[in-house]
Design a protein. Sequence first.
Length: 430
Amino acid sequence: MKTSLNTPMKLGLLTSLYLSQGLPFGFFTQTLPVLLRTQGMSLPDIGLANLLALPWALKFLWAPLMDRYGSERLGRRRGYILPLQVLSAALLLGLALPEGTVSIPVLLGAVLLVNLLAATQDVATDGLAVELLERHERGWGNGIQVAGYRVGMILGGGLMLILIDTLGWRSTLLSMGAMLLVATVPVALFREPPSPASGHEAVSLGPWLRESLLSWTRRPGAGTWLTLLVLFKAGEHLATGMLRTFLVDVGLELAQVGWMLGIVGFTTGLLGALIGGALVNRLGQRRALLVFGTLQAAAVLLYALAALGASVPVLALVCGVEHLASGMATATLFTVMMDQCRPEHAASDYTLQASLVVLATGAAAAVSGFSAQAFGYAWHFTLSAAVCALAVVWVALTFHPPRTLAPGAHPKAADRIQTQTKQTLTKRTQ
């Protein structure tokens, strides 16, 4: 997709879109576990509440339809993004209507619906990002993706957790709804250019869906790559699934948890995402995965040491280091994922990979409560670090990009290499 947008304008638009997803999701994922724990809910039940994020794992099922059908008037991707974002804001404002705090069942139902809306919007946003960004822009683009999402989670999670005691439930949700509407302005002003004709209209829906969903079964090396996606972030989420309850159980107050995770943690995570996005092309994809994956494993192991006894400043330092490493690793992984996408199936290919990551991390978070209860926090975090280390070993053994560029090579050479590689893979699968 050719646009008149320069790189800063593209990154600004993507920042607003990913921030919009992180805002409500941050509130429900960062604040909800703490509120449930303070009301006496068990660790396994809190861990299982992560299953409410199931739409993020299943979004690949409707992604092919969003690749195939789109609004000519509003834009192929924008036609989905704009109404879904408005609906998310309306849901948050609707939750603020009742006086007092809503019941737990209603809140959990709202979490599920927010996840469904945000996951569907994410399909269109990821498709737009793949189409907007040139290959040499993708490192920064994915750094912005992770950073923008984390800014949304800072605002919706940490900041609101700090302010909820003073603002109250209703004012907090009204504030979030208003922020989401403000974040909608850039995409409302954006005019998406028409997508180039791809010929998919001549292909019937059945073959189109089979090609979108099953093409990975015919790709050379797909099994090892998809296994890497399962492993790379699972260990971290096994750890962080119990991080908030760990901080509550060691005696931290809600405001302290909010500052530690919502401000310190996600600010350093934002910085890590930008660093990772900036360095992935310079280091090369394989080296970046190895370096940042190793740092991620070491940082998770610091939680195990902190569980043996640590002061609040040390806990904050450990939290900051782990989020920094996580941001670098995530931005690198997303950049490599984007390079696996076919132009005509951009949303489907990226979404299937992202869904697999979410499925793996969600499953890890869901069982985290059982692990922490069975082994204790120190051994639970040690096990999590071991899973992270296993992912690094898998990268070293199996990940070998077909062709790489020497440092300083012209970006257009990267585009030619990517095109040649995709043509080779297409011929092999025909």
